[in-house]
Every structure is written in structure tokens, then in C-alpha cells.
Ligand binder design. Structure first.
Ligand code: ADP
Ligand code: MG
Length: 451
């Protein structure tokens, strides 16, 4: 088993990128999944939140694209260059990564760009962005496409996207992708993919019935399960407060946010969108450095708020479960559940926004006495230890903000970091999967469309 990335004998390019990002030792899920994935096996991977699952599917993807395939080595037609469709377009994309939320799709593609050579082109597609931008971007299909199911289906139905040459399919947060909300879309998307392909499913949580369903979509998968049923990192401490009423919840959240360690950030999760808005406003909104994200916010607002939070311009983010899955934001010291999450999985994924990459973190819940009983039952099933905490002295709430939080967002958004720029503006040299040798670094990069 590999104890360093060097043991995988990765291509020089990828090795260099990993080193330059300061990564030397694969995490347990990377140790378990990378080799079989490079060898072309289907992989069903379960590992706790924040344990490096993204690179566990991106490293094999990049490596396979960089290594000339057997076909390319023996078949002169392949070696000659990218395969072309009769229309003249290369047969792309060759890899598809499915994610449940727009922000996660964008994050995965951003992570991919950190490790992949320019020639390995990519695009992320998701709702909330005008379709025409994706139509335009897909005039030159990327090698790797990352997307949310709804937008992918839109693009497939209008034939702006073809998935008939996808050889590498990843479902991140796979248990959510195969749950009721998405299953129909996923089944439809799979109809557009070739049957002969490699399928990789990743999540921190898999209910038994979802796993059974997942296995019907795979061929003799390698089961890479590294945490033995543990989905929440041990370095996350769990605690809860019991409060008598709604008003106390708000004041307690306000007090807890006020006592965050210097540089620490917090995420507060509510069950419903209206509660997110109301709570963010009561906490002072953007003027108190509190942002909000729900499915009701426009995509532009969602991205602005999230990048302000990533960059530390906003210290606290109030959100629905739209922000519970997969987001990897440094220095989230505390995850606060404004009330009891509706499912154990939701609890695990929300809590998993802290304690990432073996860092310490805390998660606290604010519960009524009734919810306390349900919570204690939930943690027993999850095999998590929790303790009841003594509420601190509550601070008074700020006076209500005069402005709507949405208007305030702009003040915190002087410019967006380059890596979160509009994905459809990304343009890279297009080459086909597996038919190229290692990237040529002498080759001049294509000029970026300037807008
Ligand atoms: P998961 O998908 O399992 O929740 P991520 O893939 O988002 O976790 O990774 C969590 C964090 O761990 C990221 O910030 C990532 O850069 C970091 N990470 C990934 N692999 C390694 C590694 N081998 N060594 C150190 N840090 C890593
Ligand atoms: Mg992840």
C-alpha cells in the first residue's frame, strides 16, 4: 500500500503539482482508491468528511489522461491525435463528475485546475448561470465536465452536450445523488453515457439501500471503505445546548458567533430558507459580517457570499443544507445547528464543514428539550459522543439593520478571486482523453478570451 504519493509512480507533472501544493502523504481513502481507479476498476468509496475524497478521484483522472493509453501506443489512428467526430469536433468530454450543488461543482473544478495541466481542459456547468453561456462554452467541448444534474440534463436534451464518449464517471456525494431528489435525473443522465465506462462513487455516508442501488450501476466495484462505519472525524467535538424558546436560539447563536477564536469562521445551519434569511437579518446581516446562502438566493449572490466567506471577509455563514455537502472552506472552527437536523446524514455533512484534513473543530446544536431526546438517539446510532453544554451569558442582539442583507453583499465584494471567476470563461487547449502524451510545456497557451 502506498505510503507516499511517489509510490503510485504518478507522472512527473502530477507529482510536481502535488508537491507544490504541499501534499506528500496520501490520506487513507486516497491510499485505498487511487491505485484501483488508475487500473480502471469501478470504485465505491466511503470515507469520513474532510478526508481527501476529491483528490482520490481527481488524481486517477488526471493520471489516466496523462499516461498514453494502450490504444494510443498500439493503434496509429489513436496516436495520430484526438479522435474526431464526423463534424470535426473531438469526441469529448471523456470524464464526467456529478455533484449535488452548484458550489460543490465549481469547487471540484477549481481543485481539478490546481492539479491538471492546461491541456486537460475542463468546464463546470450548473443552474443559475444563463444557458447561453454554457452553449457557447460547449462549442469546444472540454475533456472533463463537472456539473449538477439539472443543468446537465438541459444541455443534453438540447444536444449542446454529448456524453457518449465519457469513460470516467464520478458521483461525488453519491448517496445524495442516488436519493429520491436526484435519482430520476441521474438515471436519465446515465442513459446518455456509454455502458462501457468506469464508475466511481464517493461519499461519507451510504445508507444500505442506497449502496445496493449504487452497486447496480457499477461493475464489480472495489469497495474502498476506510473508516469502518465512522463518517464524522474524531477531531470534531460535539455538544449541545437546551433552550426554552425561539428567541433564546437567536441570542445564543449571536453570543457564540461573538466568541469565535481570532481568524475562526463559523457556519450556522437552519432547516428552512426563511429561517436562514430571518436569522441572518437578526444577527445584523453583512454589516455584522454574517452572510446567508439558500437555494432562493441568486447564483451570483451565492457565489459572492461564498467567496467572501472563503476569503474571510465574512466571518459567519448562515445556510440551509445547500451548503452542507462537500464544501471545503479553511478555518471553519465551528458549525452551529440552529435546530435539530432532519436526518443523521444531514447532521454528519453539516458538522463535516469543520474538522477537515485532520484539523480540530467543534459542532454545537441548539435544541429544545423535545429535540434533545431525538438528538441523543441520533448520536447513539452514529456512534458519536456528545455532551450537554452550559449556555454562556447571552449578549444582546444588534439593533435591526436598516438595509436588506442582499444590498449589503456588494460592499464585501470588491473583486472576485480569479479561481472563482465565471467558469464558462475558462478556455483551454482541447485535446482528447488518453490520446496525448505528457503535456508539452513549450507549447504556447491559448489566449484567454478577454472580457
Ligand atoms: P472530502 O471530500 O473527503 O470531504 P476534501 O477532498 O474536500 O475532503 O479534502 C479536504 C481537505 O484535505 C482539502 O483542503 C484538501 O486539500 C486536503 N487534502 C486532500 N488530500 C490531502 C493529503 N493527501 N494531504 C493533506 N491534505 C490533503
Ligand atoms: Mg468531498
Amino acid at each position: 500500500m502506498a505510503s507516499t504519493f511517489a509510490d503510485f509512480h504518478l507522472s512527473a507533472f502530477l507529482t510536481e503539482r502535488l508537491t507544490s501544493q504541499g501534499l506528500t502523504t496520501p490520506t487513507p481513502i486516497q491510499q485505498a482508491a487511487i491505485q484501483p481507479a488508475i487500473e480502471g476498476r469501478d470504485v465505491l468509496a466511503q470515507a469520513k468528511t474532510g478526508s481527501g475524497k476529491t483528490l482520490a478521484f481527481l488524481i486517477p483522472l488526471i493520471e489516466k489522461a496523462l499516461r498514453p493509453t494502450q490504444a494510443a501506443a498500439t493503434d496509429p489512428a489513436h496516436a495520430a491525435g484526438p479522435r474526431r467526430q464526423p463534424t470535426g469536433y473531438p469526441q469529448l468530454p471523456n470524464a464526467l463528475i456529478l455533484a449535488p450543488t452548484r458550489e460543490l461543482a465549481l469547487q471540484i473544478e477549481t481543485e481539478f485546475r490546481k492539479y491538471a495541466p492546461r491541456a486537460l481542459t475542463s468546464l463546470s456547468v450548473y443552474g443559475g448561470v444563463p444557458l447561453v453561456r454554457h452553449y457557447r462554452a460547449l462549442q469546444r467541448p472540454p475533456i472533463v465536465i463537472v456539473g449538477t444534474p439539472g443543468r446537465l440534463l438541459d444541455l443534453l436534451r438540447t444536444k449542446h452536450l454529448s456524453l457518449s464518449h465519457v469513460q470516467y464517471l464520478v458521483m461525488d456525494e453519491a448517496d445524495q445523488m442516488l436519493d429520491r431528489g436526484f435519482l430520476r435525473d441521474i438515471r436519465q443522465i446515465l442513459e446518455y453515457l456509454p455502458r462501457q465506462r468506469q464508475t466511481l462513487l464517493f461519499s461519507a455516508t451510504f445508507a444500505p439501500e442506497i449502496q445496493a442501488l449504487a452497486e447496480t450501476m457499477m461493475r464489480n466495484p472495489v469497495q474502498a471503505k476506510v473508516d469502518m462505519g465512522v463518517s464524522s472525524p474524531v477531531k470534531i467535538s460535539h455538544g449541545y445546548y437546551v433552550v426554552p424558546g425561539e428567541d433564546m436560539r437567536v441570542r445564543l447563536v449571536h453570543t457564540l458567533l461573538g466568541s469565535l477564536p481570532a481568524g475562526g469562521r463559523a457556519m450556522v445551519f437552519c432547516e428552512q430558507k426563511y429561517k436562514v434569511r430571518k436569522l441572518a437579518a437578526r444577527l445584523g446581516g453583512e454589516s455584522a459580517s454574517v452572510g446567508a446562502i439558500t437555494g432562493n438566493h441568486s447564483q451570483a449572490q451565492r457565489e459572492r457570499t461564498l467567496s467572501a466567506f472563503r476569503a474571510g471577509r465574512i466571518k459567519s455563514l448562515v445556510a440551509t443544507d445547500v451548503a452542507a455537502r462537500g464544501l471545503d472552506i479553511p478555518d471553519v472552527a465551528s458549525v452551529i445547528h440552529y435546530e435539530l437536523p432532519s436526518t443523521p446524514n444531514s447532521y454528519v455533512h453539516r458538522a463535516g464543514r469543520t474538522g477537515r484534513a485532520e484539523k480540530e473543530g467543534e459542532t454545537v446544536l441548539i435544541l429544545t428539550a423535545q429535540e434533545e431526546r431525538e438528538y441523543l438517539y441520533m448520536v447513539r446510532r452514529l456512534r458519536i459522543e456528545t455532551r450537554r453544554l452550559q449556555a454562556p451569558e447571552l449578549k444582546p442582539l444588534p439593533t435591526p439593520a436598516a438595509q436588506e442583507p442582499e444590498e449589503e453583499v456588494r460592499r464585501y465584494q470588491p473583486r472576485r478571486p480569479a479561481q472563482y471567476a465565471d467558469p464558462s470563461r475558462r478556455r483551454h487547449e482541447v485535446r482528447s482523453w488518453g490520446t496525448q502524451g505528457p503535456p508539452s510545456h513549450t507549447q504556447a497557451p491559448k489566449p484567454r478570451a478577454s472580457r
